[in-house]
Each structure stands twice: as C-alpha cells, then as structure tokens.
Ligand binder design. Structure first.
Ligand SMILES: N[C@@H](CCC(=O)N[C@@H](CS)C(=O)NCC(=O)O)C(=O)O
Length: 208
C-alpha cells in the first residue's frame, strides 16, 4: 500500500471497523519490483490473504474482510452518495496529488521515490508547482460537490445513519481532501470526518 492512497484506506477502514489486524507494508513509489513480484504488474492496493492469494480490487478486498466474522456494513447504500463520491473522486487529483510528496509520507522516503512519483504524475496531471498555484481554482470546482455531500450526511457516525459501504466510499476521499490546507469542509462534513476518523482510530494526514 501507499499511506496516501484512498483505495488502500478503504481496506484499512473496514479492517479497523471490524477490529481485525491488517499487516501493512508500505512500498516506495519506485519499488515496482515488489508489486510486479506479487501480481505481475504495478498496482496498489494488493491484499495478500492468509492463504497467500493476492487480491487486486479494493472493493473486493472490502467485501472479503467484511465477510470475516460479524458484519459491520449493515446499513443501506444510497445511489446519490455513490454518485457524489464519484464526482469528488474525479475532482481531487489536481488538489491532492501535488501535495502528497510534501507530507513526509513513507512511500516518498527517498528522493528517488519522490521524483519517480512527480515524473509519472507530470505525464498524466501536469506540473505540480503549477497545479498547486491553481489551488483556489480547483477548490472552487470541488465546492459544489462538497456542498451536495453536506446535504447527504445523515449522521456524524455513518453517512446513511447506519454504517454502510457508502462510508467506505466517502471517508477515504475526505481523508485525501483534508490534505489541502485551504479547503474548509462544510460543518456536517467536518463533524463526520472527525467522528469517523476517531471511530476507526486514525489521525488525519498532514495538510499543506
Ligand atoms: N480498481 C482498483 C484501482 C486500483 C488503482 O487504480 N490503483 C492506483 C493507485 S490509487 C495504481 O495502482 N496506480 C498505479 C501506480 O501507482 O503506479 C481498486 O479499486 O483497487
């Protein structure tokens, strides 16, 4: 996994909700060999089950972990929460990805790993300095979706009132969004983020 990765956090979140131990290995961004060695290609997250079989899809991993012991994702899902989280997911990269290498995270512990990330993201997203310089623009673009999410939050301890897959969709995105210092969450979203992070025992990532 990568510490900054929101898909990885889905799996960490379900394990924490179920009080199950997840043995975590963080790879350096330039350590393709570890990923290729496990599954034949570069991909994150990878969950290696106790029987040694690797899994590749984060939501499959969530379903697998949820299937161990007593279920915790007992609440209903709402299509509007799923759609809103998809829109937020699509708008986050220009805000979050240029910030991740500045946060002192273990996947960027070497200058080679940091540069590896910056170079590959430059190809897909653009220049990190330029993206950060346009932070206000990207926050303005995200604001309507955060406001919509605000209207969908039923409870600070579960977006639909009872813990569901929608929490697994939404909380990791808020954790990523919270790395953007200039971005203020609406009141209910702020409360939901703080309550859920506390519930699963995680500190937010640093913000810059
Ligand atoms: N559908 C997959 C998507 C996995 C995915 O896109 N992972 C990204 C990181 S967030 C990745 O592996 N990128 C390639 C890389 O980091 O080199 C899942 O949900 O697990």
């Amino acid at each position: 996994m990568f510490e900054h990765c929101s898909l990885c956090f889905r799996v960490r979140m379900i394990a924490a909700l179920k009080r199950l131990h997840l043995q975590e290995t963080i790879v350096l961004d330039d350590d393709s060999a570890t990923m290729v060695g496990l599954v034949g290609r570069r991909v994150i997250p990878i969950l290696v089950k106790d029987d040694g079989q690797p899994m590749l899809e984060s939501m499959d991993m969530v379903a697998y972990v949820e299937g161990l012991g007593k279920r915790v994702l007992t609440g209903r899902q709402r299509a509007e929460v799923g759609a809103c989280s998809e829109r937020i997911l699509a708008k986050l990269p220009p805000l979050t990805q240029p910030r991740y290498p500045l946060l002192g995270l273990p996947e960027f512990a070497t200058v080679a790993a940091r540069d590896h990330y910056t170079l590959r993201k430059r190809k897909t997203l653009g220049d990190f300095v330029e993206l950060r310089a346009n932070t206000r623009h990207y926050i303005d673009a995200l604001r309507p979706d955060l406001d919509e999410l605000e209207g969908l939050i039923d409870s600070p301890s579960a977006i639909n009132g009872e813990t569901s897959l929608d929490d697994i969709r939404v909380l990791p995105l808020l954790r990523s969004a919270a790395t953007v210092k200039g971005l203020r969450f609406p009141r209910k979203a702020h409360h939901y983020f703080a309550t859920m992070m506390d519930r699963i025992g995680y500190q937010p990532l640093p913000a810059v």
